[in-house]
Design a protein around this ligand. Structure first.
Ligand SMILES: [Zn+2]
Length: 180
């Protein structure tokens, strides 16, 4: 319907299978998070002599689409937490970002969805998520500028303790967008 409305030649061989290709890409890849059941992550108890400190994973790729224009926004996330009684495997932090990225949404809500899920699953002392992304709806239309949007969500000690927040922000600021 979109191609028809644009008036392109649907008999042209480049367009002939486009509706099917686009539908498959949206359902199976771009929005695969919608069709997937919400998962639980495997967690491990912390050892008795472990003094909980900040666990940070940086440079997690974010590939999503905005709900206002259905255009991509891409960037990176930093996810951190301070364990209370449970730890999780580091790849799970990446998995959480991927799961919540693959659906149409706004970046602000993606950021808080990741932080809320981490808190639900691990009940940590605190958690923090920062997402930095460029939005094609801004770069290719409207003002036609690139620009990096930063959103954050802080929970528990990341919100209430200035030293924890400062440590997290210092780490997150080393984020590079070179790989975009
Ligand atoms: Zn948009």
């Amino acid at each position: 319907m979109l191609l028809e409305a644009l008036g392109v030649d649907l008999e042209n061989h480049h367009f002939r299978k486009t509706p099917e290709r686009v539908a498959n890409a949206w359902i199976e890849e771009l929005c695969s998070g919608l069709g997937e059941k919400k998962f639980s992550i495997t967690t491990f108890p912390v050892s008795v002599d472990y003094e909980p400190s900040m666990v940070v994973l940086q440079h997690i790729p974010v590939r999503s689409v905005c709900s206002h224009h259905l255009l991509p926004f891409v960037g990176e996330a930093t996810v951190a937490y301070i364990p209370d009684e449970r730890l999780c495997g580091v790849s799970k932090l990446s998995r959480i970002v991927d799961y919540f990225s693959r659906r149409p949404q706004v970046q602000e809500e993606l950021t808080s969805d990741i932080a809320n899920f981490l808190c639900e699953q691990l009940s940590p002392q605190g958690a923090g998520v920062i997402v930095k992304a460029t939005h094609m709806c801004m770069a290719m239309r409207g003002v036609s500028h690139d620009g990096v949007m930063t959103t954050s969500s802080l929970k528990g000690s990341f919100l209430s303790e200035a030293t924890v927040r400062a440590e997290f922000m210092a780490l997150a600021n080393t984020l590079s967008l070179n790989k975009l």
